[in-house]
Ligand binder design. Sequence first.
Ligand SMILES: Cc1cc2nc3c(=O)[nH]c(=O)nc-3n(C[C@H](O)[C@H](O)[C@H](O)COP(=O)(O)O)c2cc1C
Length: 220
Amino acid sequence: MTTAPDTASSSAKRASPDFPIQKLLADRWSPYGFSDQPVLETDLSSLFEAARWAASSYNEQPWTYFVATKKNSGEFERLLSCLNPANQAWAKTAPVLVLGVVSLRFAKTGKDNRSAVHDLGLASANLDMEATSRDLSVHQMIGILPDIARELYQIPAHHEAYTAMAIGYKAHTDELLDGFHERDLTPRQRKPLSLFVFNGTWGQPSSLTPQAPAPVINNP
Ligand SMILES: Cc1cc2nc3c(=O)[nH]c(=O)nc-3n(C[C@H](O)[C@H](O)[C@H](O)COP(=O)(O)O)c2cc1C
């Protein structure tokens, strides 16, 4: 089934920024409901290509991804089994699942790479932005079962399965699973800049205070 954009959930979920931001950033959100529309392999390739070009400490590129689509149900079930039960309950509707693994040591020196998990996050954020630009959605998950993943995928020492992602087209409101309607329709909330951009001492808000709600920048 092909899914047209669902304006009800998309407009409820769009960010309401205090300062102007790019449309892509405002439009990204993490759905619990996915349509059964498959993701084209050409799109999937571009998502990982976007991840490939992320910045990383010493250009180590410490990320590895396992990808599974519903086209291969055995592989899909294998990856699904690496998620915790709460995430399995909704992520099973996504047409694509991804497991993110980090290499915790620098390949050249063998020293600990303190940036590895951070850099996996950057790569996944790149992937998410590329997905959003293609009307696809990504829901990242920390709720995984790393020991199960290690066994099933033979993940080597000094590497760790860290996060997973459900990827696909958003479900229409009438396709949402029971118990997930509210989550996919509730407006997104964020702390104001005054609570996380400081100046001088801890807790001292910087002068970057919003004057009025700001418009989203529309890209051509
Ligand atoms: C690294 C990371 C881990 C997350 N883990 C989970 C998770 O295990 N389960 C879940 O339902 N959502 C998870 N989320 C989604 C967050 O709850 C979501 O991003 C947050 O509530 C903000 O909502 P938004 O992405 O729609 O703006 C995770 C997000 C990130 C970035």
